[in-house]
Design a protein around this ligand. Structure first.
Ligand SMILES: [Zn+2]
Ligand SMILES: [Zn+2]
Length: 405
């Protein structure tokens, strides 16, 4: 088990109280820069949009379905050439109107299907909700990395990227009752890279403001305690005003019981057993993946990692392996392709490598998230590369996908 929990509060600082399924992989188009400030990339078009809302069937059965369709109604825009003739502009405007019309029709359909899906969440089961599938790049349709594993109606979060609480609420509104804001109580952080932790203040404070009365139970590598302490210190004025002022907020819901973990079983209750294992993520001394065992299924989440035997060992025939991935070859505005690929190889797993990992892991289903396409690569190429080494089901997760394996 992990180390003894320590409760952190502001006052004391201490102990007070669509799938674009692989068969039709979609193309997001930009080239996220992992774990660094972003060099500009082009805004691409999501060619999976027409099927990317709620629903869609796969070999998993009727899932995944999506609890919210693409709410990003935007026209595809070319970068670069500003000067255009009037005829070109007219064509563009007409095309844009048609595009928006299609988007409205799509959203209406998605809404109707959401209601159908919302009624179908079983009371006793295991499911996975992808709250955010993004990377450090602030892509409008990919929130920061965060996954909810739901077992018997209780949610367990892995990572807290940007947008984590709003995405949980979107899922809740879409019918995932386990993701009620006040019930976000337990979170496991894979490592302390900012893209995985920028939502931590949100997860600490927003559920409290909305009525959570119990502290957040937070599990993560060494350093998570200092991070949580400093977040709470940073917001001390807010907590004091909310508690002592007219808002009358409760005194415990913003606190954090921090568990700095080691490898091994770090959490167990009636619904789930969670085992942490170290992965190889560049120069991070401690980056973890997590294995979730419920009464129904075993789910392994890689976190950020280059190919690591520990992931395959943790899965070992698991029902679902959720893994990060990158594809293609390219650099950034600040790094040459040679430099950048060296970094990627040390910190992350290529599509080709992932196929081998998934086969070694004997994963029944592989779900990729936190995906990065470099250069001219896209998701079709990414999935094709994975499939060179892995014959099982491959799913490319999108935000608010709900998968019941
Ligand atoms: Zn990372
Ligand atoms: Zn990351």
């Amino acid at each position: 088990m992990g180390k003894r929990a320590e409760t952190i509060s502001a006052s004391s600082g201490g102990s007070e109280s669509n799938e674009c399924d692989s068969r039709q992989a979609h193309h997001v188009g930009s080239s996220p820069q992992e774990d660094r400030g972003g060099a500009a990339g082009e805004v691409g078009e999501d060619t999976c949009r027409e099927e990317g809302g709620v629903g869609g069937t796969s070999s998993l059965g009727s899932l995944p379905w999506r609890v919210r369709g693409g709410l990003h109604a935007r026209c595809p825009v070319d970068s670069g050439n500003v000067e255009q003739s009037m005829s070109q502009m007219s064509t563009r405007v007409l095309g844009c109107y048609l595009w928006l019309l299609a988007e409205v029709i799509f959203l209406a359909m998605a809404h109707a299907q959401t209601k159908t899906a919302a009624a179908s969440e079983p009371a006793t089961s295991t499911s996975i909700v992808f709250l955010g599938t993004g990377t450090p790049r602030p892509q409008p349709d990919h929130e920061g990395p965060s996954i909810a594993v739901i077992a018997n109606g209780k949610a367990y979060l892995v990572d807290a990227g940007v947008g984590v609480v709003r995405q949980a609420n979107a899922a809740y509104i879409g019918g995932i009752s386990s993701l009620k804001i006040e019930d976000l109580r337990v979170a496991f952080i894979t490592h302390l890279h900012s893209d995985h932790t920028l939502g931590l203040p949100d997860l600490i404070f927003t559920p409290w403001v909305m009525g959570r009365t119990a502290p957040l139970e937070l599990y993560g590598p060494t350093g998570i305690k200092t991070m949580a302490e400093n977040i709470i210190k940073a917001y001390a004025q807010d907590t004091n005003i909310r508690i002592d002022g007219m808002e009358g907020a409760n005194r415990n819901g913003y606190k954090v019981n921090v568990h700095e973990i080691n490898s091994g079983v770090v959490y167990q209750d009636a619904n789930v057993k969670v085992t942490a294992f170290l992965v190889k993520h560049g120069s991070w001394p401690k980056a973890y993946g997590y294995r979730f065992e419920t009464a129904h299924k075993t789910i392994v989440i890689s976190g950020d990692t280059r190919p690591s035997k520990s992931v395959s060992d943790a899965c070992n025939g698991c029902d679902v392996l959720i893994h990060e991935v990158y594809s293609g070859y390219g650099g950034t505005s600040q790094k040459s392709p040679e430099e950048w690929m060296k970094y990627m190889a040390a910190f992350h797993t290529s599509a080709q490598e992932l196929g081998i990992v998934a086969t070694q892991a004997r994963a029944k289903t592989l779900i990729v998230t936190h995906y990065v396409s470099l250069g001219s690569s896209d998701q079709t190429e990414m999935v094709n590369m994975i499939r060179k080494g892995f014959a099982g089901t491959v799913v490319v997760a999108r935000d608010l996908d709900v998968i019941a394996p």
